[in-house]
Design a protein. Structure first.
Length: 117
């Protein structure tokens, strides 16, 4: 069983920044409990919309981003802390959503990000 716990969401004005964190624990069949080898991703879901991939990072540190967040968001990981981060800068109202941490089909509970003046 895998546990993913997100934190860091909140209310921020347009142009502001937030850093989301996701702490992982547990064990994945076939991949064990070594967090450093888990591929990690952040998804988001806005009201009335489908969930969409925001960013992902491989065990080797390779990153990919949705076009809508390129240049503004940065995904990173600290394997010593079993944590993945999403640094979000220059936030826009359209970034408002629940943000989820995901690995191997396991989802966290989500953290709300609201961008509003």
């Amino acid at each position: 069983q895998v546990q993913l716990v997100e934190s860091g969401g909140g209310l921020v004005q347009p142009g502001g920044s937030l850093r989301l964190s996701c702490a992982g624990s547990g064990s994945i069949p076939g991949s064990g409990s070594i967090f450093s080898i888990w591929p990690m991703a952040w998804y988001r879901q806005a009201p009335g919309n489908q969930r969409e991939l925001v960013a992902r990072i491989t065990s080797a540190g390779t990153t990919n981003y949705a076009d809508s967040v390129k240049g503004r968001f940065t995904i990173s990981r600290d394997n010593a802390k079993n944590t993945v981060y999403l640094q979000m800068n220059s936030l826009k109202p359209e970034d408002t959503a629940v943000y989820y941490c995901v690995t191997f089909g396991f989802w966290g509970q989500g953290t709300q990000v609201t961008v509003s003046s």
